[in-house]
Design a protein around this ligand. Sequence first.
Ligand SMILES: Cc1ncc(COP(=O)(O)O)c(C=O)c1O
Length: 374
Amino acid sequence: MKLFDVYPLFDIVPVSASGCYITDQHGQQYLDLYGGHAVISVGHSHPHYVKKISEQLSRIGFYSNSVQNPLQEALALKLGEQSGYPDYTLFLCNSGAEANENALKLASFHTGKSRILYFDKSFHGRTSAAVAVTDNPKIVSPVNDGVNRTKLALNDAEALEEALKAGDVAAVIIEGIQGIGGCRVPEASFLQAVSALCKKYDAVLILDEIQSGYGRSGKFFAHQYAGIEPDVITVAKGMGNGFPIGAVLISPKFTAWHGMLGTTFGGNYLACAAGIAVLEIMESEKLVENAAQVGSYLMAELAKFPQIKEVRGNGLMIGLLFDEPVAPIRKKLLFDEKIFTGVTGTDVIRILPPLTLTMAEASRFIKALSKVLN
Ligand SMILES: Cc1ncc(COP(=O)(O)O)c(C=O)c1O
């Protein structure tokens, strides 16, 4: 059997990794400024993370959600404290799309309504309702197309109020910082308006922090720059540092009932051990603060390049907008300078490194980029 060919692949085979570095089958080392698509938060193969998961596996790896699992409670407690949402409740699942799917379902159950408002250049995942509210018609199949939804322009509060006035809106879903949309940061005043309007028209505000959350922006959640408290927050990616885990953080105004949401694998022992280890490392190594500090340095240095039209983002979620196609720049960074970066569309390079990135590693990138661009 061959693999279903849906991914364009670089001819590189990573065989080991440590911190911000990946090593391939020939022993070549690469600086990882992509973090496997914003997933690696505490660094590759962090010893504490490896220990916690290994120890857990030797005790018990899996049972179903029909028995007590104290690790889920420990994870919820820790996440509530570290993220600033101690009074929210937690639903654990396995991926970003699944987190958004459950968030949308929860909003619809709660309001009894079905229309979802979403924004241009959004990405919320590839499953049913999540892909329907993703602004990319190419990946929305006919079976997804029936979801009742309306796309709006980002940062247009007037259009949002007009749409909410109809009274049929279950939820507004928005990314803390748009990832695949090119690291576009919603204006703080817009997020504040979205929050107020959702309250006024009784719609649920879902903040998708799957890519921008878990410290990546330099705060635990990117929306915390705007000082708002969404009704529902979705997380995944950095939460498990590569171990598949996603979650929905749910405001106390929602009431759960048995069977309302569910999953086989969500909240399993290994995922919880990974999630707890990540939070412990984030806390002890002050990684949110590091993301803010190294990110500010990077953004200031990148803004000096005349070839870069715009530097977007916050913390260690940075988009570099060019006037020219970026694929050749990314290739040179990868094959000549041995640095992984990401791209989105044809004109944005994305920097999504582990949150452990040091100033020295950041300045190595600045030097390499200067070589590639000049
Ligand atoms: C903002 C955002 N939401 C949702 C998702 C979907 O996450 P997953 O691929 O884990 O389903 C992604 C993935 O890139 C994302 O960036």
